[in-house]
Design a protein. Sequence first.
Length: 184
Amino acid sequence: MENSGGIQASLAGRYAMALFELARDERQLEAVGASLASLKQALAESDDLRSLTTSPLTRRDDALKGVAGLAEAMRLDPITTNFLGVLAQNRRLGQLGAIIRNFNLLAALHRGEVTAEVTSAHPLDDAQVAALKANLKSRLGRDVAVDLSIDPTILGGLVVKIGSQMIDGSIRTKLNTLAQAMKG
């Protein structure tokens, strides 16, 4: 896989690469991707799930039971379910967010897309995401997968990161620039 060396350099990247290769070989990329998207949303919304994945006080067998119940309740695909068990067994559930991010990057590369990490102050609706994708596609000449995150501290606007390039159109940055200019 081209350009995956940087991903493999991290622990989360190695786990993501293993999951990606298994899903690709089993022809289950879409199912695993959908399960990981559900998990990402659940991590963002559930304090209990974040606690399960990040607390060093959670015992290994409790983590295994917790992810098994979670996988059943969320109806995750078998590959993702087994993968969560491996993470729990190896005490790596804290890496789940980074693993999901790296898996999505690998899947986008596999589809011939470039991934844009987009941070906004407020959630974007479907029309805004579609317009953003169309704008980025016209600029880059390639299909674009968008990885959305929310950070209220940017106040408004967007921060878009594509590879090593970053476009910071946040209100916070504009205010900081104005403050610096006024200081002289």
